[in-house]
Design a protein around this ligand. Sequence first.
Ligand code: SF4
Length: 194
Amino acid sequence: MNYATIKKHDVANGLGVRVSLFVSGCTHHCKGCFNPETWDFNYGKAFTGEVQEEIIKALTPDYISGLSLLGGEPFEPDNQAVLAPFLTRVKALFPEKTIWCYSGYNFESDMLTGKLGDADITDEMLRNIDILVDGKFVESLKDISLRFKGSSNQRIIDVQKSLATDSLVLWDEESNIDRKDIAGSSIDCCGCGE
Ligand code: SF4
Protein backbone atom coordinates (compact mmCIF):
# COMPACT_ATOMS: atom_id res chain seq x y z
CA MET A 1 0.00 0.00 0.00
CA ASN A 2 1.07 3.56 -0.65
CA TYR A 3 0.03 6.64 1.24
CA ALA A 4 -0.28 10.27 0.21
CA THR A 5 0.17 12.17 3.49
CA ILE A 6 0.42 11.86 7.25
CA LYS A 7 -0.79 14.77 9.38
CA LYS A 8 0.43 14.52 12.95
CA HIS A 9 -1.74 17.25 14.49
CA ASP A 10 -5.02 17.20 12.58
CA VAL A 11 -8.12 18.80 14.13
CA ALA A 12 -10.41 18.57 11.08
CA ASN A 13 -10.99 14.86 10.64
CA GLY A 14 -12.43 13.58 13.91
CA LEU A 15 -12.65 14.74 17.51
CA GLY A 16 -9.60 16.17 19.17
CA VAL A 17 -6.04 16.42 17.93
CA ARG A 18 -5.41 13.38 15.74
CA VAL A 19 -2.84 11.65 13.60
CA SER A 20 -4.33 11.31 10.12
CA LEU A 21 -3.15 8.86 7.47
CA PHE A 22 -4.26 9.50 3.89
CA VAL A 23 -3.88 6.28 1.92
CA SER A 24 -3.48 6.02 -1.86
CA GLY A 25 -5.95 4.26 -4.15
CA CYS A 26 -9.63 4.93 -4.69
CA THR A 27 -11.98 3.47 -7.30
CA HIS A 28 -15.00 5.69 -6.50
CA HIS A 29 -13.89 8.64 -8.65
CA CYS A 30 -16.50 10.97 -7.14
CA LYS A 31 -17.26 14.09 -9.15
CA GLY A 32 -15.73 17.05 -7.36
CA CYS A 33 -13.13 15.00 -5.47
CA PHE A 34 -10.52 17.37 -4.08
CA ASN A 35 -7.69 14.85 -4.30
CA PRO A 36 -8.00 12.94 -7.59
CA GLU A 37 -4.26 12.22 -7.52
CA THR A 38 -4.93 9.77 -4.68
CA TRP A 39 -7.12 7.60 -6.94
CA ASP A 40 -3.86 6.06 -8.20
CA PHE A 41 -2.79 3.16 -5.96
CA ASN A 42 0.84 3.98 -6.80
CA TYR A 43 0.61 7.62 -5.75
CA GLY A 44 2.78 8.81 -2.86
CA LYS A 45 5.15 6.73 -0.80
CA ALA A 46 5.30 3.13 0.41
CA PHE A 47 3.64 2.41 3.76
CA THR A 48 6.70 0.72 5.22
CA GLY A 49 7.37 -0.61 8.71
CA GLU A 50 9.31 2.58 9.37
CA VAL A 51 6.28 4.69 8.49
CA GLN A 52 4.13 2.58 10.80
CA GLU A 53 6.58 3.20 13.65
CA GLU A 54 6.46 6.91 12.89
CA ILE A 55 2.68 6.87 13.26
CA ILE A 56 2.87 4.88 16.51
CA LYS A 57 5.30 7.43 17.91
CA ALA A 58 3.07 10.31 16.80
CA LEU A 59 0.09 8.69 18.55
CA THR A 60 1.88 8.35 21.88
CA PRO A 61 1.43 11.81 23.50
CA ASP A 62 -1.54 12.08 25.87
CA TYR A 63 -2.99 15.04 23.95
CA ILE A 64 -3.44 12.93 20.80
CA SER A 65 -7.01 11.59 20.72
CA GLY A 66 -6.43 8.91 18.10
CA LEU A 67 -5.87 7.91 14.51
CA SER A 68 -7.95 8.91 11.48
CA LEU A 69 -7.84 7.01 8.20
CA LEU A 70 -8.71 8.82 5.00
CA GLY A 71 -7.91 8.56 1.35
CA GLY A 72 -8.03 7.59 -1.19
CA GLU A 73 -10.11 4.71 0.08
CA PRO A 74 -9.06 2.74 3.17
CA PHE A 75 -11.60 -0.01 2.38
CA GLU A 76 -10.25 -0.91 -1.06
CA PRO A 77 -9.35 -4.61 -0.60
CA ASP A 78 -5.62 -4.09 -1.21
CA ASN A 79 -5.55 -1.31 1.39
CA GLN A 80 -7.56 -3.28 3.94
CA ALA A 81 -5.03 -6.12 3.82
CA VAL A 82 -2.33 -3.75 5.07
CA LEU A 83 -4.45 -1.58 7.34
CA ALA A 84 -6.32 -4.31 9.26
CA PRO A 85 -3.28 -5.71 11.13
CA PHE A 86 -1.96 -2.18 11.64
CA LEU A 87 -5.24 -1.09 13.24
CA THR A 88 -5.20 -4.16 15.49
CA ARG A 89 -1.75 -3.14 16.65
CA VAL A 90 -2.74 0.50 17.20
CA LYS A 91 -5.80 -0.54 19.21
CA ALA A 92 -3.75 -2.92 21.37
CA LEU A 93 -1.16 -0.22 22.08
CA PHE A 94 -3.64 2.61 22.62
CA PRO A 95 -6.98 1.17 23.74
CA GLU A 96 -8.04 4.53 25.16
CA LYS A 97 -7.64 6.34 21.82
CA THR A 98 -10.19 6.29 19.03
CA ILE A 99 -9.86 5.22 15.41
CA TRP A 100 -11.93 7.14 12.85
CA CYS A 101 -12.21 6.07 9.23
CA TYR A 102 -13.60 7.83 6.15
CA SER A 103 -14.86 5.59 3.35
CA GLY A 104 -16.85 6.03 0.16
CA TYR A 105 -18.32 2.56 0.69
CA ASN A 106 -21.57 1.91 2.51
CA PHE A 107 -21.48 0.34 5.97
CA GLU A 108 -24.45 -2.03 5.62
CA SER A 109 -24.49 -2.89 1.93
CA ASP A 110 -20.74 -3.08 1.27
CA MET A 111 -18.84 -3.67 4.53
CA LEU A 112 -21.25 -5.96 6.36
CA THR A 113 -21.98 -8.09 3.30
CA GLY A 114 -18.40 -9.12 2.60
CA LYS A 115 -18.37 -7.45 -0.80
CA LEU A 116 -15.04 -5.76 -0.25
CA GLY A 117 -12.66 -8.68 -0.62
CA ASP A 118 -11.84 -11.01 2.27
CA ALA A 119 -14.71 -10.75 4.79
CA ASP A 120 -12.42 -11.70 7.69
CA ILE A 121 -10.16 -8.76 6.90
CA THR A 122 -13.10 -6.38 6.64
CA ASP A 123 -14.31 -7.70 10.01
CA GLU A 124 -10.90 -6.99 11.50
CA MET A 125 -11.07 -3.43 10.15
CA LEU A 126 -14.51 -2.92 11.65
CA ARG A 127 -13.57 -4.44 15.02
CA ASN A 128 -10.94 -1.74 15.41
CA ILE A 129 -12.75 1.30 14.01
CA ASP A 130 -14.72 3.38 16.50
CA ILE A 131 -16.25 5.90 14.12
CA LEU A 132 -16.93 5.47 10.41
CA VAL A 133 -17.90 8.30 8.07
CA ASP A 134 -19.40 6.40 5.14
CA GLY A 135 -20.69 7.16 1.65
CA LYS A 136 -19.31 8.73 -1.49
CA PHE A 137 -18.90 12.46 -1.77
CA VAL A 138 -21.87 13.83 -3.73
CA GLU A 139 -21.08 17.24 -5.13
CA SER A 140 -24.72 18.33 -5.38
CA LEU A 141 -25.12 17.58 -1.66
CA LYS A 142 -21.94 19.36 -0.60
CA ASP A 143 -22.47 21.42 2.55
CA ILE A 144 -19.52 23.21 4.14
CA SER A 145 -21.48 23.72 7.37
CA LEU A 146 -21.42 19.98 8.10
CA ARG A 147 -18.94 18.86 10.69
CA PHE A 148 -16.65 15.95 9.83
CA LYS A 149 -18.29 15.22 6.50
CA GLY A 150 -18.39 16.75 3.04
CA SER A 151 -21.89 16.04 1.71
CA SER A 152 -25.19 15.50 3.49
CA ASN A 153 -25.64 11.91 2.27
CA GLN A 154 -22.67 10.79 4.38
CA ARG A 155 -23.25 9.36 7.85
CA ILE A 156 -21.15 9.36 11.01
CA ILE A 157 -21.57 5.86 12.43
CA ASP A 158 -20.71 4.48 15.86
CA VAL A 159 -19.29 1.20 14.58
CA GLN A 160 -18.91 -0.63 17.88
CA LYS A 161 -22.44 0.17 19.05
CA SER A 162 -23.77 -0.79 15.62
CA LEU A 163 -22.00 -4.14 15.67
CA ALA A 164 -23.04 -4.84 19.27
CA THR A 165 -26.72 -4.12 18.61
CA ASP A 166 -26.84 -5.43 15.04
CA SER A 167 -28.40 -2.15 13.96
CA LEU A 168 -27.25 1.19 12.62
CA VAL A 169 -26.24 3.51 15.47
CA LEU A 170 -25.21 7.00 14.46
CA TRP A 171 -22.50 8.72 16.45
CA ASP A 172 -23.74 10.85 19.32
CA GLU A 173 -21.24 13.67 19.52
CA GLU A 174 -22.45 15.08 22.82
CA SER A 175 -21.82 11.86 24.71
CA ASN A 176 -18.36 11.40 23.24
CA ILE A 177 -16.61 14.67 24.02
CA ASP A 178 -13.98 14.41 26.72
CA ARG A 179 -11.44 16.79 28.13
CA LYS A 180 -8.88 16.04 25.40
CA ASP A 181 -11.24 16.92 22.62
CA ILE A 182 -11.33 20.32 21.04
CA ALA A 183 -13.55 21.74 18.38
CA GLY A 184 -12.75 20.53 14.88
CA SER A 185 -13.72 22.24 11.68
CA SER A 186 -15.89 21.04 8.86
CA ILE A 187 -14.24 19.45 5.85
CA ASP A 188 -14.80 19.49 2.15
CA CYS A 189 -15.13 16.39 0.07
CA CYS A 190 -15.08 12.96 1.77
CA GLY A 191 -12.25 13.76 4.13
CA CYS A 192 -9.66 13.00 1.51
CA GLY A 193 -7.31 15.68 2.65
CA GLU A 194 -8.86 19.07 2.10
S1 SF4 B 1 -14.02 12.04 -2.66
FE1 SF4 B 1 -12.98 10.42 -1.46
S2 SF4 B 1 -14.10 8.54 -2.01
FE2 SF4 B 1 -14.59 10.08 -3.58
S3 SF4 B 1 -13.09 9.80 -5.23
FE3 SF4 B 1 -12.24 11.33 -3.83
S4 SF4 B 1 -10.94 10.15 -2.41
FE4 SF4 B 1 -12.33 8.69 -3.41
